[in-house]
Design a protein around this ligand. Structure first.
Ligand code: PMP
Length: 440
């Protein structure tokens, strides 16, 4: 029997009324979404305010890796909230345990962490660490990168919007091209393992833009907001070597790539990367707001006491969530499930792209898969409107997906890692119908 059921076109009557109220009082400035008002969710299954039931390929933007409202996480957060909600910089038992547990879950060289509240804050903290540790100013990042919306984090991002809309960004950040295997007119993806052509160009970018040696580089293991773009194998490793050879700190933004998303606990494991700084967010609390920055002890040693804090960072509820999420990862086979079912999904979606005129590229690792829609597979012209149709049609058939990408033409496949084979089958069948429906 099907898990999903949607009666009538969306939004349903209650959903329609609520959306109107919402946009009367809260600014309507969020991104494009299916017109659904969520009421509750458990695991991979979402129920809306009209009683429609969906499968979820969003994880609430790659947050609910352990599944929505995992009972162990809910119970831990509830329990902590009855004792103490916040105590700013003071110690609390949950924070101490969370720090120990997080560090033990990280690769051994990352032996110290610090808790904050959002991914953007973690980016800002990493930027401060890179500058303080090296005594240098400038930071390299990439075109298409997304590291958050606060001023400094957006300045290190490389999506077109912020640059055009808000004027000059934070001084001291320069951006280089990110190698994109699907769109590679310059041949940046060629020449593994040294990617000579790319790194010669990178040296020119740095020379032409910097006032002195760079403090560091910040990079996502795959570009999330740009459209789930995975660089060619070996490029990140080469980038790390390039940075080290220049005395820079290498920061890996694992805000969305960690906690099993790519089929490994940490995305850095795929190429054995040893970043100097790692930023962590989203799934670390799997719905409870918390983020962290992790680094070897000697990197944090450049800070004096009082240099880093956040009003709600390390609060007992968030810290209890960090521990509960790690418990769940220890008890359930989520990382292996991500690798196994992600491979199944990618294969079926790649087969679908063979049959579709518009599904130009299917790429991913574990349970993070991008579906790039184009109007013509030869020219690769981005198909933004078709992508929006996919989102709405999928929701109407019981599947929630989000879109993103530099050209707004990538559908993101990122279900909670607890997804079951039956849920994989049912959700894929919906996506197959939706994509083949575009041919009509
Ligand atoms: N880095 C990456 C790679 C992200 O995907 C995001 C959020 N999408 C952020 C940083 C910023 O996180 P937050 O929205 O929690 O500030």
């Amino acid at each position: 029997m099907a898990i999903t059921h949607v009666h009538g076109p969306l939004p349903g009557p209650r959903g329609r009324a609520l959306l109107e109220t919402w946009h009367t009082y809260e600014a309507d400035v969020t991104g494009f979404q299916a017109p659904v008002v969520w009421e509750s969710a458990r695991g991979c299954v979402v129920t809306d305010v009209d009683g429609n039931v969906y499968l979820d390929w969003t994880s609430g933007v790659l947050v609910a890796n352990v599944g929505h409202c995992h009972p162990h996480l809910v119970q831990a957060a509830q329990q902590a909230s009855t004792q103490l909600l916040n105590n700013y910089e003071c110690a609390n038992v949950q924070r101490i345990e969370a720090a120990q547990r997080l560090v033990r879950a990280l690769p051994p060289h990352l032996d110290t962490c610090f808790f904050l509240t959002t991914g953007s804050e973690a980016t800002e903290a990493a930027a401060r660490l890179m500058r303080r540790r090296t005594g240098r100013q400038e930071i390299l990042s990439f075109i298409g990168a997304f590291h958050g919306r606060t001023y400094g984090a957006a300045g290190m991002g490389g999506l077109a919007g912020p640059k055009k809309l808000y004027g000059a960004s934070l001084p001291g950040s320069i951006r280089a091209p990110f190698p994109n295997p699907y769109r590679d007119p310059e041949g940046w993806c060629a020449g593994a393992p040294d990617f000579r052509r790319y790194f010669d160009h990178l040296d020119l970018v740095v020379e032409g833009n910097c006032s002195g040696p760079l403090a560091g580089v910040i990079v996502e293991p795959y570009q999330g907001a740009a459209g789930f773009i995975f660089p060619p194998a070996g490029w990140l490793k080469r980038l790390q070597e390039w940075a080290r050879a220049r005395g820079m700190l290498f920061t890996l933004d694992e805000v969305q790539a960690s906690y099993g998303r790519t089929g490994r606990m940490w995305a850095m494991e795929h190429e054995g990367l040893t970043p100097d700084i790692v930023t962590i967010g989203k799934a670390i609390g799997s719905g409870v707001p918390v983020s962290a920055v992790a680094a070897p002890r000697d990197v944090f040693a450049c800070l004096q006491k009082g240099e880093m804090s956040s009003t709600l960072g390390g609060n007992p509820v968030a810290s209890a969530a960090v521990c509960a999420v790690l418990d769940i990862f220890e008890r359930e086979d989520l990382v292996a499930n991500s690798a196994r079912l992600g491979a199944v999904m990618k294969e079926r979606l790649q087969a679908l792209s063979q049959r579709s005129r518009y599904l130009g590229d299917v790429r991913g690792l574990g349970l993070v898969i991008g579906l790039e829609f184009v109007t013509d597979k030869g020219t690769k012209e981005p198909a933004k409107e078709l992508t929006r149709r996919v989102i709405v049609d999928a929701a109407n058939q019981g599947l929630l997906v989000g879109s993103l990408g530099m050209y707004g033409n990538v559908v993101r496949v990122a279900p909670p890692l607890v997804i079951t084979p039956a849920e994989v089958d049912e959700s894929l069948a919906i996506m197959e119908r939706v994509v083949m429906g575009l041919e009509d």
